[in-house]
Design a protein around this ligand. Structure first.
Ligand code: B12
Length: 233
């Protein structure tokens, strides 16, 4: 903006508003993000479109500039907080779909890693699709996963990692499950920006999911397969 003119979000056309929200997310402007999300909802946008086309798209730009040394941790934290504020508005809407109960998932970010936006998004979308989700938060050691698996008895274990230094920890968890003879009790889904399908396969996960929508589809597929097997057996 070349001048000091105040932008009235509600007066912007949809595409301009989304552009502006990406700028506001970049600048960590929580109140403006909340306002933008509410305006798009009033205009009939689906929560999912707002999430992907405004918030996740905006965070992708933040990610690029963080990588390139244009943004630093404090700024990215503000952007993350603004994103979370937007997600908080959308969460109840994504969750109240009345979808039939699909199964249960325990999800958490692995030890050493405090990134949780992607994990939270997966948890939200899974809940929206009818899964019960137990969220273990960030920085989970193998013991935390095992305890939760024992007490919650989920169908699915989900692990998230955003750092190349923490992603190998997923293998530690899976290897521990194997050693205890429990690996086949759960569908293991993994995700996070630095992972790929090959990595998922190499560590013995059932699937790598590149985003929350794929996570939901994959989870549904595996749960249906598991139930069919149980019915056949
Ligand atoms: C926001 C952010 C932060 C925030 C985190 C805030 C928070 N509460 O999460 C803060 C500022 C705290 C942070 C800190 C750090 N960060 Co950081 N961060 C990011 C950033 C910009 C965005 C991540 C994000 O939220 N993306 C948006 C979400 C929606 O996408 P997502 O996480 O990928 O999740 C989607 C999929 O991956 C998938 N998914 C994710 N998890 C799961 C789990 C399951 C089970 C499934 C099925 C799917 C799935 O579905 C999600 C939704 O669609 C990334 C850049 C990037 N390209 O990822 C860097 C990035 C991950 N960070 C990076 C680094 C280096 C750090 C720090 C080490 C920086 C430092 N010097 O201190 C610290 C590490 C702290 C720690 N110990 O964890 C690097 C990692 C580089 C590497 N190769 O390892 C990145 C890639 C930036 C970069 N290019 O340099 N970071």
């Amino acid at each position: 903006m070349s001048d000091e003119e105040e932008i009235i979000l509600s007066e912007l056309a949809d595409d301009e508003l989304v552009e502006q929200m990406m700028d506001d997310l970049y600048d960590g402007m929580k109140d403006e993000i909340e306002e933008g999300v509410n305006i798009l909802l009033e205009r009939g946008w689906t929560p999912y479109d707002i999430l992907t086309k405004a918030l996740v798209a905006g965070m992708t730009i933040v990610g690029h500039d963080f990588r390139d040394g244009i943004l630093f941790v404090p700024e990215v934290l503000l952007a993350a907080n603004a994103m979370k504020a937007g997600m908080a508005i959308l969460k109840p809407l994504l969750v109240e779909t009345g979808a039939p109960r699909m199964g249960k998932m325990v999800i958490g970010t692995v030890k050493g890693d405090i990134h949780d936006i992607g994990k939270n998004l997966v948890a939200m979308m899974m809940e929206g699709a009818g899964f019960e989700v137990v969220d273990l938060g960030i920085n989970n050691a193998v013991e935390a996963y095992l305890e939760a698996l024992e007490s919650e008895q989920p169908d699915i274990l989900g692990m998230s990692a955003l750092l190349t230094t923490t992603m190998p920890y997923m293998k530690v968890v899976i290897d521990t499950l194997i050693a205890q003879g429990k690996r086949d009790d759960y569908i293991v889904l993994v995700g996070g920006a630095p992972l790929n399908e090959e990595f998922g396969r190499a560590i013995g996960a059932d699937a790598y999911c590149r985003d929350a929508a794929v996570a939901v589809e994959t989870a549904k597929e595996f749960v249906a397969r598991k139930h069919n097997q149980m019915a056949a057996g």
